[in-house]
Design a protein around this ligand. Sequence first.
Ligand SMILES: C[S@@+](CC[C@H](N)C(=O)[O-])C[C@H]1O[C@@H](n2cnc3c(N)ncnc32)[C@H](O)[C@@H]1O
Length: 255
Amino acid sequence: MIKEGDLIVIWIDGRRIYLTKVDPKKRFSSDKGYIDMENVVGKDFGEKVQLSTGREAYILKPTPMDIYKGLKRPTQVLYPKDVAYILYLLGVSPGATVIEAGTGSGFMTISMAYFLGKESKIISYDVRQDTQNSARKNAEILGLGDRITFKIGDIRERIDETNVDAIFLDMPDPWNAIETSYASLSPSGSLVIFVPTVVQVEKTYLSMKDKFIDVHAEELMSREYQLKENAVRPKSIGVWHTGYLIYGRKLLKGD
Ligand SMILES: C[S@@+](CC[C@H](N)C(=O)[O-])C[C@H]1O[C@@H](n2cnc3c(N)ncnc32)[C@H](O)[C@@H]1O
């Protein structure tokens, strides 16, 4: 049963998916109508409610995908298809320590905190205080703030932590952060990097190839389908390119 303070999704249609906290004193408004939140308290997840216009909406329990659609994002954020595979490539499990840069809107940070659980330590660096503040707010809304340490700093110059399990970089010039990442990683730890252009892939590869093993780059493609009777087919409009993932594992010097 839904109670005050719960995080819920108000689902009106495929383009109107809102993530909000239940405050009985407040009103949720959209271009399709409003509902006083006191009318949501006591409902069950999956139940239908009626907006002021008579339009129906559904109350759902937030999933990472809803969180992705509903969060504020001052920077470009990673797409869920990439986030899911990055988690796999990082090779980490609950209890791990992971370093990330840059924080940006915190979508990757939040995803790691969500999937790696309470015992994990996520340390996220960014050079910008404003975007990191917004990421911190996002993490707090989701109740994940205590799993994350936000740090202001240039990861090309310094990573305070050593012997970490994995590092993820989403920044314009990751090839300048290979030295610091190498020093911070535990032997055989994974370094995963996201970049949007092939020039960045080559520069990153060249800076990694002597210190990391199993270095490779790949791109993930996802194609959504139109679901309509007698017309099920790939949608004609979609996101075709997000970026490339580069991966490698730390070798000990001299190996
Ligand atoms: C595209 S955003 C990251 C988005 C993030 N992965 C997400 O899913 O929300 C890139 C971020 O890298 C930060 N950045 C750029 N250079 C950096 C550096 N040398 N050290 C730390 N952060 C850096 C930028 O300030 C920016 O916030």
